[in-house]
Design a protein around this ligand. Structure first.
Ligand SMILES: [Zn+2]
Ligand SMILES: [Zn+2]
Length: 132
């Protein structure tokens, strides 16, 4: 069981299983939406993920992509793609214990900020599964 939530505590979630995939995304939209150098995402089968307290706001950051966040503190919680309705991507750093996730690779490295130096030995990919 994985538990997590936003910074202010208004929104809480849980997932029954470990994520099926964990990736660091360096795309411009992730960077811009978080105001951070990159976002680490955990992919879950959407039937294993549920909110247990509060309800996030959602906005369309580009066609087919919806990002959910806490309307009170602004923590970004999920990324959802319309072409993959059975999947929810959750921000690993909203987990209560982010160390439980095991990142597998870096995507959108073509967009990576040059002062981010990678030395974790993980595979790097120029692009990602979806357009930015
Ligand atoms: Zn919050
Ligand atoms: Zn991204």
């Amino acid at each position: 069981m994985i538990t997590g939530g936003c910074l202010c505590g208004e929104i809480r979630y849980e997932a029954d299983e470990l994520p099926s995939r964990v990736t660091h995304c360096h795309c411009k939209h992730c960077r811009g939406s978080a105001g951070a150098a990159f976002i680490t995402w955990a992919e879950f089968d959407s039937v294993t993920f549920r909110y247990t307290q509060g309800k996030p706001e959602a906005y369309e950051s580009r066609p087919k992509v919806t990002r959910e966040f806490c309307s009170q503190c602004g923590t970004q919680l999920t990324y959802n793609h319309a072409d993959e309705p059975g999947v929810v991507n959750v921000t690993v750093c909203s987990f209560d214990d982010p160390a439980i996730a095991k990142p597998e690779d870096h995507i959108w490295c073509d967009r990576k900020i040059p002062w981010i130096k990678l030395d974790d030995g993980l595979p790097t990919y120029k692009l990602g599964k979806w357009d930015e």
